[in-house]
Design a protein around this ligand. Structure first.
Ligand SMILES: [Ca+2]
Length: 404
C-alpha cells in the first residue's frame, strides 16, 4: 500500500486541512498550509559541507569547498590548524601525514617527528613544523580508500583567508547566503606551542567584516575553553559546542568513553573529570548556553544504534555477510536531546553523515537518504555531511513531506 507515498499520514493531514478550508468557505483552491519545521528557528535544516564535499574530493581544499557550494551546501566547514609561521590553514589534524603527500617528499624526510597531541603520542609530520610557503608545496590526499583517488596530490592546502575569499566570491556570484563554519582544532595543543588559534581566528573574522552575530559564520570547538576565550575577547559570531565520544557499544546501544575522546582536552588538563556525556544533560546544556548558541553532537547522542544479540550474548550477523558489526545494528528510538537543547535555546547540528555502506545502520536498507530523513524529521537544525549532494536531495524529500 501507498508505495507511491512515503508518508501517507502527512499527505492525508494536508488534504484534510485543505478540505476544511474549503468547507468553511475559505475561497477557491486555497493552498494547503505547509507543515511547520521543528527546528529552533522554524527554518529548514542547514546542510554543512563537512571538510567541503569530502566524499568526492580531497578534504579541506578550495576545490572541495567549491564542489560543496555547487551542490548547494549552506555552509562549508574548515578545520583550522596553525603553521610554524602562525598562519591558519585548513586541516583536520595538526598531523598532516594522512591528508597530504608530505611523507613521499624527500626534502621533508627530516621533519618526521613524534609529538603529543591531547596526551597521545603521534609520529609523523606536523603543520606546526612547516612554514606556509612549505605547506604550499604539498598536495592534498583523500583519506578514505573507498573514495575517488584520482585527485590525490593535485590540490593545495588552503589558508583560512583563501577560504573566506572563495566564499565571499561565491556569495557575490550566486546571491546565496553561503557561510563558513570554522573549527579551532586542538586549541590546547596549539596554545602550548605558542600558536594559539583564537586570536588569529578573531583577527581574520574582523578583517573579513564578519565578526557579528548576523555574519555568515558559525564557530565551533570541542574545547569549551576555546569558545569561552573567543567570546571573552570579543568574538560576536554564533558559536557551537561540539560533543564527542569514543565509540559505540553495539550490544548496549550506548556511547563509550576513552581518552582522548572521553572529555574535552582542556577539561582533562584542568582536572575536570566529567565526560562529554555531561554536556547533554539539562545542567550541561544550560552551562553551554552561557557561552554558545548551539551544540554539535555526534549522531548517536540523538539516535542511538544497537545490535541484536544471540543466545550467547554475541552481536548477531543480521545481514548475513559473515561479520557482526555496525551494519548489523539498527537505529533506536531518538533521545530527547533535540527537544532538550531547543528548550535551552540551543540549536543542534549533528555529525557526520556519510554515504558508504559500511557506515550505515542495518535498518536504513543501504540508503543514506533514510538516515538523513530520520534526523530531519526529528527537528535537527543542521548536519555535517561528507556528501552534501545526498544531504540536499534528502532535504528536498523532507520539504515535500512538509508540503513545502
Ligand atoms: Ca554482518
Amino acid at each position: 500500500m501507498h508505495v507511491f507515498a512515503p508518508t501517507p499520514y502527512l499527505r492525508l493531514s494536508v488534504l484534510a486541512g485543505a478540505m476544511l478550508l474549503t468547507a468553511c468557505g475559505g475561497g477557491s483552491d486555497p493552498a494547503p498550509a505547509p507543515l511547520s519545521f521543528k527546528t529552533l528557528a522554524n527554518v529548514q535544516p542547514l546542510v554543512i559541507g563537512h571538510r567541503g564535499a569530502s566524499g568526492h574530493l580531497p578534504e579541506h581544499t578550495l576545490e572541495s569547498y567549491s564542489r560543496a557550494i555547487e551542490m548547494g551546501a549552506d555552509f562549508v566547514e574548515p578545520d583550522l590548524v596553525a603553521t610554524k609561521d602562525g598562519v591558519l590553514i585548513a586541516r583536520h589534524e595538526p598531523n598532516i601525514t594522512s591528508t597530504t603527500n608530505v611523507a613521499a617528499l624527500a626534502q621533508f624526510a627530516s621533519r618526521k617527528t613524534t609529538r603529543k597531541v591531547d596526551g597521545v603520542d603521534e609520529t609523523g609530520w606536523f603543520a606546526s613544523d612547516f612554514t606556509l610557503a612549505e605547506i604550499k608545496t604539498l598536495g592534498a590526499l583523500i583519506t578514505d580508500a573507498e573514495r575517488p583517488q584520482q585527485f590525490n596530490g593535485l590540490y593545495k592546502i588552503p589558508t583560512l583567508q583563501e577560504i573566506v575569499d572563495l566564499v565571499k566570491a561565491r556569495r557575490a556570484a550566486t546571491g546565496r547566503d553561503i557561510g563558513i563554519y570554522p573549527e579551532t582544532k586542538h586549541p590546547t595543543f596549539h596554545r602550548q606551542l605558542g600558536l594559539g588559534l583564537e586570536d588569529r581566528l578573531i583577527a581574520a573574522l574582523n578583517a573579513a567584516g564578519w565578526n557579528s552575530r548576523t555574519a555568515p559564520v558559525l564557530v565551533q570547538s570541542f574545547e569549551p575553553g576555546s569558545l569561552k576565550e573567543m567570546r571573552g575577547k570579543g568574538l560576536a559570531t554564533r558559536m557551537i559546542q561540539l560533543i564527542d565520544g569514543d565509540d559505540y557499544d553495539l550490544k548496549t546501544g550506548r556511547i563509550t568513553y576513552a581518552a582522548p575522546f572521553d572529555r574535552p582536552y582542556d577539561w582533562a588538563v584542568s582536572g575536570d573529570t566529567r565526560l562529554f556525556s555531561a554536556m547533554v544533560t539539562p545542567a550541561g546544556l544550560a552551562e553551554i548556553k552561557t557561552y554558545a548558541d548551539g551544540i554539535g553532537p555526534w549522531k548517536p547522542y540523538i539516535v542511538p544504534v544497537k545490535g541484536a544479540l544471540d543466545a550467547a550474548g554475541n552481536l548477531r550477523d543480521v545481514n548475513g555477510d559473515g561479520k557482526a558489526n555496525y551494519n548489523d545494528a539498527s537505529s533506536q528510538p531518538a533521545t530527547t536531546l533535540i527537544d532538550d537543547a531547543h528548550k535551552a535555546g540551543l540549536f543542534v547540528h549533528a555529525y557526520t553523515f556519510r554515504n558508504e555502506q559500511r557506515r550505515l545502520a542495518f535498518d536504513y536498507n543501504k540508503d543514506p537518504k533514510a538516515e538523513y530523513l530520520q534526523f530531519y524529521r526529528l527537528g535537527l537544525d543542521g548536519l555535517f555531511s561528507d556528501f552534501p549532494d545526498t544531504a540536499i536531495e534528502a532535504r528536498g524529500s523532507y520539504l515535500k513531506e512538509l508540503g513545502r
